[in-house]
Design a protein around this ligand. Sequence first.
Ligand SMILES: Cc1cc2nc3c(=O)[nH]c(=O)nc-3n(C[C@H](O)[C@H](O)[C@H](O)COP(=O)(O)OP(=O)(O)OC[C@H]3O[C@@H](n4cnc5c(N)ncnc54)[C@H](O)[C@@H]3O)c2cc1C
Length: 234
Amino acid sequence: MKKLPAQRGRVAVIGAGPGGMAAALSVHQAGHDVVLFERYPHARPAGNILNLWPPPIKALRLLGVNTGPLPQLIAATDPAHVQRWVIRDRKPLKQWPKGRATLVGDAAHPTSPYAGYGAGMATEDGYFIGRRLAGVDLSDYAAVRQALDAFETPRKPHTARQSQHAYALGQVFHHAPRALQPIRDAILDRTPLMQKVVGDSTPISILTQLGEIDRAEAHFTALLGLGGTHDTAS
Ligand SMILES: Cc1cc2nc3c(=O)[nH]c(=O)nc-3n(C[C@H](O)[C@H](O)[C@H](O)COP(=O)(O)OP(=O)(O)OC[C@H]3O[C@@H](n4cnc5c(N)ncnc54)[C@H](O)[C@@H]3O)c2cc1C
């Protein structure tokens, strides 16, 4: 089992949600040692549906995760274990990295569920951060910062757009003034607005992210060719 040898370093990942798990796998594949800290000792049910878009599924597969059983796992959750909590929104952060640390997933861009993409974006973040840290000497502060900034730059506009989009949908679905609700329902039911707003932009977003993953993977594979071999099933 070989990894990229020269730049091996140690990375702490805080939180074993979709973002933390993907980051831990990706950073491990990059050849660094990873310690994953989670405040809860057991996996906790998060809901009864999880929709994952094609880019996070692709990222998970590249990380060696068998995504086949995910729907069955979620379907098998005992409804008594499903929890409810209030959904809160926060404006996107201006900056994710600070020093040698960065944020991924909801910590960076909390996303309400109306786009069905928060876990997906957290998974993508995790995948990309590991790919960015491949070949980086973690004892070199400037190199680490450069990798963290390079990770953040394309992720921030994408995730901000999706989070704002999810927020706007939530407002329309659940917070329209009572007097406007019949008009809203008529527009949603009888006009192509949703198709225009969601249906037309979603394929472009998906294709863009799949392209970003392809580019990251090509770079990673080239690095592996220079320094070692992959240690997972990707
Ligand atoms: C009802 C609902 C439905 C949703 N449906 C979908 C969907 O269909 N598709 C989709 O893509 N997204 C969906 N989402 C969004 C998705 O659940 C979140 O965006 C996703 O869980 C974010 O992942 P994360 O890893 O960033 O954070 P989290 O899942 O919140 O994980 C963070 C982890 O960090 C741990 N932690 C926090 N602080 C500490 C600490 N100090 N030390 C150690 N551990 C710590 C927490 O215990 C937790 O395990 C839905 C959300 C809701 C509420």
